[in-house]
Design a protein around this ligand. Sequence first.
Ligand SMILES: Cc1cc2nc3c(=O)[nH]c(=O)nc-3n(C[C@H](O)[C@H](O)[C@H](O)COP(=O)(O)O)c2cc1C
Length: 307
Amino acid sequence: MTDYHLHSRPQGPTIDQEKCTGCSLCLTVCPDETLSLLRGKAVASGDRCLACGHCRAVCPTQAITLPGLEQDLSFHTFIPDNRYLPPGEGDTPQLIRLMLSRRSCRNYTDRALDSQLLEDLVRIGTTAPSGTNSQGWTFTLLPQRAAVESLGNLVAAYFARLNRLAANPLLRGVLQLVGRPALANYYHRYHQTIAQGLREWKEQGHDRLFHGAPAAIIVGSHPGASCPKEDALLATQNILLAAHTLGLGSCLIGFAVAAMAKAPNIQHALGIPAEESIHAVIALGYPAEPYQRLTGRKPITPRYFSG
Ligand SMILES: Cc1cc2nc3c(=O)[nH]c(=O)nc-3n(C[C@H](O)[C@H](O)[C@H](O)COP(=O)(O)O)c2cc1C
């Protein structure tokens, strides 16, 4: 397991006064009034820089650098096109095709994943937006099937305990009486399916939790970010989409997230610090699903508010 910490905030912009023409575009795009003009040149004057790099992106003379930030991302398994893509120049039909072709994969081949592929996915995840650019996400890699199975056993133990509690009608009734219906709801919705899943896992080794995935990524957050869950889930969606382009199948495992939220021993066993929160568990592997076509979504009618 590898744990990536991307928490430390990089320094603010450095502006090459020779190259700066004083066009002030950087001031216009700065979200936090970090920059001002001094004698016709941009200078970093404020102290609230988010280190988002918008100033660098807009500068026509490449006068701005952000020490501590990677300027171009590099990857192990492919060569990225690091040129900026202007609005309107993307390939929308291909983007939608990708989005619809990514499906939750529940059948994997035995082929192991190269750790470099997982590391690339982490890096891709970090291209997501994050509240106040905190980038407070964490990624824990489970690169081998044995690690996924270990996590599966811990999650199974949690649900076995929960199923035992939920099977007690007296306990369900008392909790419901005092306004805590969660156990009763769980019993009616999940008890039977979970019991069946646990039996299949124990008796036949049939993995209905991770669907036999040979690898997984756990996406969490450091404490202190303004929108930790949103940040982590946006990174997660990037990972899911990119996994498809890299030939991988993926599936979010909400049951593992639920177990980790309630059973701190799981996080501890995986070496994830207790102060971190877990928001997504992504099963990954090479798909054994010869899908032929796309499926759409339920029709949706947006609501308008016109002022
Ligand atoms: C938050 C979340 C949790 C999920 N948890 C599970 C899970 O535990 N097991 C599973 O097989 N699929 C899980 N899924 C996958 C959904 O069932 C799936 O996204 C949905 O059926 C739509 O199918 P698609 O992802 O193939 O488009 C989860 C999806 C989300 C968004």
